[in-house]
Write a protein that binds this ligand. Structure first.
Ligand code: NDP
Length: 451
């Protein structure tokens, strides 16, 4: 095999941009990983020769399909669905489904690319994938959501399988949607196999899956602080989002003795200087998952709390910040405000919530900063454990799963240290996660030869 011509990062990124025009989120995610990986592989000829990064940044396949459904007024509606199967070198494709009007091919390609590194970091045998639709479940009746999910699965079922590709939930896809999709898969194929995770406990779901991403992000935060001889106890935290990840991150902060000051949704954020305790949190969970109403109602219910329409919470003074809503929700200016206000650690529950400028600000300030591909991996890790339980046809106890989640998050933290520990004792978790995630996938790809 010929020795490869070495391109530099700018030549590499120029190629990515040319092949993926206008896919800004995907290009951003590739650059973020490539900056660290290029440094690491500089003197490692084999990774150049096998064009590993070039191949990981080209999805194995992108499946796009039409999804037709009928609304309650009898109108025919047409949406677009996708499944991006990025890389299955270390296990079946695995990654969530997102239903949100902002979903595009670029968003799903960035998520599938990041998922490849994240799944590798968990130490479990899972490749990277992601999917979803530009369908907006907000304001739709249960029957409309059911008809959409059934139609979506009527196409997706050909592309998934317990050893092929196992989707889960993400933004806009929770227990209700997973139930409808699993039911449709079973109906079409007459098979009861673990083709989705995040299932209800009655039909093959795993305990702790619902809590896993949020809890895991806080365990990761705890590991970072412990590494610096500090802890969560007595610290104030600001959190964005009020969905699955945000509410469970808030819950774990409370368990570990911290105080939660904010949560948000797409309309704005609430600030409760008295702290959002477990009772208030339970009220929010009900508000968002049963009533499906905006977070602004919190300020009507709890006097002393304020609602800030159209704003994000990053100007509130805090020790800890957890962005848990969506991508690019924290920019360079906001990162600088957080640092000025004394924030010492950021753990991302969402995927790529901090933009490239924000990442640079956190890195330069030398605070504990965990990228989502490391800190939010608890969800997919417990999904991996759900797959194991489905294959073995048994269910583990809550205690066993909580212990495994903690161990996995500790393991990810330690893998980040392996490649991210700096001479001054601080840790570049972005670099650590990118390289540790890359090496395992890359070595498997080399074992397979050129394919
Ligand atoms: P949910 O749908 O449960 O909640 C999403 C939350 O984010 C809601 O509060 C929503 O507000 C808010 N939000 C969504 N889009 C925007 C936007 N454009 N601007 C401001 N707020 C927004 O999703 P999850 O909690 O499951 O996911 C949150 C993040 O965590 C995503 O980045 C996801 O990819 C990531 N993640 C999720 C995992 C999981 O296990 N669920 C696993 C790993 C990562 P509103 O209610 O108004 O829509």
């Amino acid at each position: 095999m010929a020795v490869a011509d070495h391109v530099d990062i700018e030549q590499f990124m120029a190629g990515v941009e040319k092949r993926n025009p206008h896919q800004t989120e995907f290009i951003q995610a590739v650059r973020e990983a490539a900056e660290d990986i290029f440094d690491y592989i500089e003197d490692k000829e084999i990774y150049h020769r096998y064009q590993i990064l070039r191949r990981i940044a080209e999805p194995d396949r992108v499946i796009s399909f039409r999804v037709c459904w009928e609304d309650d007024n009898g109108n025919i509606r047409v949406q677009r669905g996708w499944r991006v199967q990025n890389n299955n070198s270390i296990g079946p494709y695995k990654g969530g489904l997102r239903f949100h009007p902002s979903v595009t091919e670029s968003v799903l390609k960035f998520l599938a690319f990041e998922q490849t590194f994240k799944n590798s970091l968990t130490g479990l045998p899972m490749g990277g994938g992601k999917g979803g639709s530009n369908f907006n479940p907000k304001g739709k009746s249960d029957n409309e959501v059911m008809r959409f999910c059934q139609s979506f699965m009527t196409e997706l079922y050909r592309h998934v399988g317990a050893d092929i590709d196992v989707p889960a939930g993400d933004i806009g896809v929770g227990a209700r949607e997973i139930g409808y999709m699993f039911g449709q898969y079973k109906r079409i194929t007459n098979r009861f196999t673990g083709i989705l995770t995040g299932k209800g406990l009655e039909f093959g779901g795993s305990l702790v899956r619902t809590e896993a991403t949020g809890y895991g992000a806080v365990y990761f935060l705890q590991n970072m602080l412990n590494h610096r001889g500090d802890s969560i106890e007595g610290k104030s935290a600001i959190i964005s989002g009020s969905g699955n990840v945000a509410t469970h991150a808030a819950e774990k902060i409370l368990h570990l003795g911290g105080k939660v000051l904010t949560l948000s949704d797409s309309k704005g954020y609430i600030h409760d200087p008295a702290g959002i305790d477990q009772e208030k949190l339970n009220w929010i969970k009900h508000l968002k998952t049963v009533k499906r109403a905006p977070i602004s109602e919190y300020a009507d219910k709890y006097p002393g709390a304020t609602f800030h329409a159209g704003e994000r919470p990053w100007s509130v003074i805090c020790d800890l910040a957890l962005p848990c809503a969506t991508q690019n929700e924290l920019n360079g200016e906001e990162a600088a405000v957080l640092i000025k206000n004394g924030c010492i650690a950021v753990s991302e529950g969402a995927n790529m919530p901090t933009d490239l400028d924000g990442i640079r600000v956190f890195k330069d300030a030398g605070i504990c900063y965990a990228p989502g591909k490391a800190s939010n991996a608890g969800g997919v890790a417990v999904s991996g454990l759900e797959m194991s339980q489905n294959s073995a046809r048994l269910s583990w106890t809550e205690e066993e799963l909580q212990d495994q989640l903690k161990d996995i998050m500790q393991g990810i933290h330690d893998r980040c240290l392996e490649y991210g520990l700096k001479d001054d004792g601080t840790v570049d978790y972005v670099k650590g996660a990118n390289i540790a995630g890359f090496v395992k996938v890359a070595d498997a790809m080399i074992a397979f030869g050129v394919c």
